[in-house]
Design a protein around this ligand. Structure first.
Ligand SMILES: [Zn+2]
Length: 322
C-alpha cells in the first residue's frame, strides 16, 4: 500500500478524529483580498518556521547544488538522464532523479513530478501502475520534467528545502523558462506538492492528486502520521494550507474510492478552498477532478489545466496505457 505505514494501521479512527482541533490558531477568515494576502504572509511564515525547527535550511551559497547529469537516453520525443544534486544537508547526502528534456527548441515550460510513499522517479514515468506515467506524459507534451526520488522522512514537510532545490535544478537548465514551472504529485507526492506550491511562489500551477482532505477526514481513517508536522495540526485546517497557493491555479484529483481520503471530506475541503479563492476573485482557479477510481493519478483535468497555465500540450498526447 502506497499510503499506509504499518506503524499506523493500529491507529483507531475514533481516537484520531478526537484529535482534530475544535479551534485553529490561524484559520482563514479573510473577507477582502488585502486581509487574505496578510493571512497568507503570516501563515507561510509560520509554516517555514515549523519546518525550520525540524530541518535547518542551508542557503545555496553555503551548500551548493552541485548538479551532476548522467548520459542522455533517447526516448523518442525526449531524452532522459539520471540527474543528482546535493540535498539541503551538510552530510553530503545527494538525491537522484530523472530529468526529461523534450527535443524541442526552448525556452520550454517545466514540471516537477513527485512520487508517493515507497515510490521513485522511475515509477512516475511508468505508464503502468498508480502514477499512470504522468511524468512521461508531461515530457511528451513538451515539458522539461524533473522527478526527484526523495524517500520517506519522519515528517513529509522536512523535504521542503530539497523540493526547493529540485526547482533550482530545473531553473539551472538552459531549456527551461523559469517563469513557467509547475508541480504535480500523487499521495505523499501530492502532500509535497502542497508544501512546495504553498511555500514557494515560483511554482505557477499545481496538481495535488490523492492528498486533498480536511484534517478530520485524514484522521478518520488510518494514515501515515508523517503529515503531522509539529504545529501544523493546530495552525489551520490542512485544506486551508492550499489557500497559500491562491490565486495561482491548483487542481485536486480526488478518487471516489480512495480509502485514505474519504470523498465526502475531500469535497468539503475543496468547497472551503473555493470559498477562499473567491476572496482573491479567483474561484475558478481551484478545481477538483472527482473520478470513479482508487488512490491513483487521473489526469483528465490535470493535463489541460497545466497546458493552459504553462503552455505545453500534454493533453494532446496519446495515452500509452492501452
Ligand atoms: Zn509517511
Amino acid at each position: 500500500m502506497i499510503f499506509a505505514c504499518l506503524t499506523l494501521v493500529l491507529c483507531s479512527a475514533a481516537m484520531a478524529a478526537d484529535r482534530t482541533p475544535k479551534k485553529f490558531d490561524m484559520p482563514f477568515a479573510a473577507t477582502t483580498k488585502e486581509e487574505a494576502l496578510a493571512w497568507q504572509k503570516q501563515v507561510r511564515a509560520k509554516l517555514l518556521e515549523f519546518v525550520q525547527r525540524q530541518e535547518p535550511r542551508y542557503p545555496l551559497e553555503e551548500v551548493p547544488l552541485a548538479v551532476q547529469v548522467g548520459p542522455a537516453q533517447d526516448k523518442g520525443d525526449y531524452t532522459l538522464s539520471v540527474v543528482s544534486f546535493q540535498g539541503n544537508n551538510k552530510t553530503g547526502t545527494r538525491f537522484e532523479g530523472l530529468l526529461a528534456v523534450p527535443k524541442q527548441k526552448g525556452p520550454l515550460p517545466a514540471m516537477i513530478c513527485l512520487h508517493g510513499h515507497g515510490g521513485s522517479a522511475q515509477q512516475v514515468f511508468d505508464p503502468k501502475g498508480l502514477y499512470h506515467g504522468f511524468a512521461e506524459r508531461f515530457a511528451q507534451g513538451g515539458y522539461v520534467v524533473f522527478a526527484p526520488t526523495l524517500g520517506h522522512r519522519k515528517y513529509a514537510a522536512m523535504a521542503l528545502w530539497d523540493l526547493m532545490r529540485a526547482v533550482e535544478v530545473l531553473r539551472s537548465r538552459p531549456e527551461v523558462d523559469p517563469a513557467r514551472i509547475g508541480v504535480a504529485g500523487l499521495s505523499l507526492g501530492g502532500e509535497w506538492t502542497m508544501w512546495l506550491a504553498a511555500c514557494d511562489e515560483r511554482l505557477k500551477a499545481a496538481v495535488v492528486s490523492g492528498w486533498l482532505c480536511t484534517a478530520e477526514g485524514i484522521l478518520s481513517v488510518p494514515n501515515c502520521a508523517c503529515w503531522q508536522l509539529p504545529g501544523l495540526l493546530e495552525l489551520a485546517d490542512i485544506a486551508e494550507i492550499y489557500l497559500l497557493i491562491a490565486p495561482r491555479p491548483v487542481l485536486f484529483e480526488s478518487a471516489e474510492r480512495d480509502v485514505y481520503l474519504p470523498i465526502r471530506y475531500t469535497k468539503q475541503g475543496h468547497a472551503r478552498i473555493r470559498a477562499g479563492y473567491k476572496v482573491f476573485s479567483a474561484e475558478e482557479a481551484a478545481q477538483q477532478d472527482v473520478f470513479p477510481g482508487q488512490h491513483e493519478w487521473h489526469g483528465t483535468m490535470a493535463y489541460p489545466m497545466i497546458d493552459k497555465v504553462l503552455g505545453g500540450r500534454a493533453a494532446q498526447v496519446q495515452s500509452k496505457e492501452n
